[in-house]
Design a protein around this ligand. Structure first.
Ligand code: SF4
Length: 422
């Protein structure tokens, strides 16, 4: 009985979502293509990152790396530079591994089978589902944060969304919806003007704004249902979560599925989804030194396998929250270091860490007499080629960790010699 009513609900929701998406979807550059590679790039960039931030990155990337072969051949530094500021740099290294595999095993053609896409490095269930549905219109479900929120509210899914069983339930619902969207294209072929008008009424009824636009686009969109039902359904869930069914202050009054939404009907929109306790944030403090010699600054490359691996940074050390920053900077440099007053303070966040980095300028040479452990490390790395004295025009070509990029920009702004090249 419950199954039947849920099936009926799914049948009502799918056309409502498709109609809404046709009328209200944002015009994003990766929505103008069916190229799986371009869609993959957008999906990876969009993880943990907002659309407006991703837009210029995606455009730049697609110009520099237009296909998997270009990505497979690219130099590591070029890739990191293109990704600089997006964070989670393992993603870009995995993308290159995946691109090389696609060239080696699939002749450079993006695989279409879900299992083959899922087998690529760095691609999980969500990304594989997104690529296969959006690019190839396969009925592969997707559940990310936005989709989980929409589904939990519409279907009244109880329990913490991080709970394994709850996640599985959400995947199941997402699968039913996209499966229905695949079937929907068959029924859509029987559309006539009567069913068209009826559907239009259903799908746009709750919308009080942009009605004319909705109707105009809706008619056009009927044609696309035949070809892209699964693609559009999955994107409609993401889009609804991003634009309407937001974590705070959802706009239920213009939501296309309000009449079928359990949370809305029962006045539980604020309660669902159940998120569980948030991880507590931790404060951390670092001291960094912009060490200058003539026109050059000393920078070092972080090793692989750690946060921000392979990126460049100014020498720095983690210190106690209450320690004296200037004293710590002097200790880093040893007796010969001439440390100035604080140059700047950078605040940033990585996952649950709230990081403050106090930066000092210093002048001097690296000599063998200098003995602090951290400096010894730099000397070693310098001889290994990981630490270097570089001029501004050389620095701006390197990919920097975000906080250190900000320091560099301030230094360059101060000297008036550099532009970031962004
Ligand atoms: Fe979200 Fe409100 Fe729409 Fe329900 S009615 S899906 S809570 S925006």
């Amino acid at each position: 009985m419950k199954e039947k009513s849920e099936r009926r609900k799914t049948r009502r929701i799918v056309p409502a979502l498709l109609g809404w998406f046709a009328a209200h979807a944002r015009d994003l550059p990766w929505r103008r293509t069916r190229d799986a590679y371009a869609i993959w790039v957008s999906e990876v960039m969009l993880q943990q990152t907002q659309v407006k931030t991703v837009l210029p990155y995606w455009e730049r990337w697609m110009k520099a790396m237009p296909d998997v072969r270009a990505l497979g051949r690219a130099r590591s530094r070029t890739l990191h530079k293109l990704w600089e500021g997006l964070g989670y740099y393992t993603r870009v290294r995995n993308m290159q591994k995946a691109a090389r595999l696609i060239v080696a095993q699939h002749g450079g053609k993006f695989p279409q089978k879900f299992e083959e896409v899922l087998a690529l490095p760095g691609i999980g269930r969500y990304t594989a589902g997104a690529i296969c549905s959006i690019a190839f219109n396969h009925p592969t479900p997707i559940v990310d944060g936005n989709v989980a929120r929409v589904l939990a509210r519409v279907f009244g899914v109880e329990g913490e969304v991080r709970d394994k069983d709850v996640r599985e339930r959400l995947w199941e619902l997402a699968g039913e919806l996209v499966g229905e969207a695949q079937n929907f294209k068959l029924r859509a072929s029987n559309f006539n003007e009567t069913s068209n008008s009826k559907l239009q009424k259903e799908t746009t009824a709750p919308l009080t704004t942009d009605t004319a636009q909705s109707r105009g686009s809706f008619h056009v969109s009927l044609f696309t249902y035949h070809a892209f039902g699964c693609s559009h359904l999955n994107q409609s869930l993401m889009e609804l979560g991003a634009l309407v069914c937001t974590p705070k202050g959802p706009r239920c009054e213009v939501c296309p599925v309000a009449t079928n939404c359990v949370a809305f009907r029962e006045g539980r929109v604020e309660e669902l989804p159940v998120m569980g306790a948030r991880q507590r944030t931790t404060q951390r403090r670092f001291v960094a030194v912009a060490l200058q010699r003539k026109g050059s600054f000393f920078v070092q490359q972080r090793p692989g396998g750690i946060v921000n691996g392979h990126l460049w940074e100014f020498p720095n050390v983690e210190v106690g929250l209450r320690s004296n920053g200037r004293r710590e900077a002097k200790r880093m440099l040893g007796e010969n270091g001439a440390v100035s007053e604080p140059f700047c303070t950078i605040k940033h966040s990585i996952t649950r860490y709230r990081i403050t980095m106090e930066v000092f300028r210093a002048r001097g040479e690296l000599t063998n007499e200098w003995g602090p452990p951290s400096l010894k490390l730099w000397r070693t790395s310098q001889t290994n080629g990981d630490g270097k004295w570089l001029r501004p025009e050389q620095l701006r070509r390197l990919p920097f960790a975000s906080a250190h990029r900000k320091v560099l920009e301030k230094l360059l702004g101060e000297t008036g010699k550099l532009k970031t090249g962004k």
